[in-house]
Design a protein. Structure first.
Length: 257
């Protein structure tokens, strides 16, 4: 496999409304709006184009002069992927263009991880790629807020779940307060790369039973028969920002750095 990084676009969905953290994209971390920090991470990764897909002019105003493009999208999209599909149509991205979906609440996403998910897609003929990292603590495995995954020997996803996955039958029959050695427990990192043609097609796929049961959009892709390439992240991804407590933690993390 080559170490070369393919050309890629970073698209950042940034929705103004948030139940848990109102006006989330504009909340400041170290005096800088969160959406600006995310855009800066995308630029640092070397993207050929950085587009922020917004639904409110206040977010667009915050991004003025940051060296990124702003795409005003509809406010009724059900997901970030739907919002980015509108961008793909707006800009007319070629079907084979690599588009990295960097979540708008990931202000500390490592540049190396953004590049790695683009490379993962370039090295596979799957229409979509994502990242994972090893789980080392039992409490993570049993936390339904931590999405787990298993993959093939060739590095493609077999399944994503909020349940413990895989189930180490013999070890967990004895105790569940530590993880057994030799079992590939993986946590999903919510960054995706798509080929632009598939991103546009994704929005036409109907919702599926497993997707709705687990509340995981990527299962829609798999249930419709499309593979997802999975690679390990080369650097840790700090947790995203969803709550006021997360904001406080981010401020502390930034101060320590």
């Amino acid at each position: 496999m080559s170490n070369a990084i393919p050309p890629f676009i970073v698209a950042i969905p940034a929705r103004y409304g948030s139940t848990r953290l109102p006006a989330k994209p504009l909340r400041e971390i170290g005096g800088v709006p969160m959406v600006v920090r995310v855009a800066q991470r995308a630029l640092a990764a070397g993207a050929t184009q950085v587009v922020v897909a917004v639904d409110d002019p206040r977010i667009a105003d915050a991004l003025a002069g940051q060296g990124v493009e702003v795409c005003m999208t509809r406010s009724d999209h059900a997901s970030g992927s739907d919002r980015l599909a509108e961008c793909a149509l707006h800009y007319g991205w070629p079907d084979d263009a690599i588009v990295v979906n960097l979540q708008g609440d990931e202000p500390f996403a490592p540049a190396a991880g953004i590049r790695e998910v683009a490379r993962a897609l370039a090295e596979d003929d799957a229409p979509m790629a994502t990242l994972a990292t090893p789980i080392t603590e039992a409490h993570e495995l049993f936390d339904p807020n931590v999405v787990k995954l298993v993959r093939t020997a060739q590095g493609r996803a077999l399944y994503f779940s909020r349940a413990p996955l895989p189930w180490a039958r013999d070890a967990f029959a004895v105790h569940r307060n530590a993880l057994p050695d030799g079992v590939p427990f993986l946590r999903h990192i919510g960054i995706y790369a798509y080929r632009a043609g598939f991103l546009k097609r994704y929005t036409t796929l109907s919702r599926t039973p497993l997707e709705q049961a687990e509340s995981l959009e990527q299962l829609r892709v798999m249930e419709h028969g499309h593979p997802i390439a999975v690679r390990l992240t080369p650097e840790p991804f700090p947790p995203g920002i969803d709550t006021e407590a997360d904001l406080l933690r981010a401020e502390q993390w930034l101060a320590q750095g």
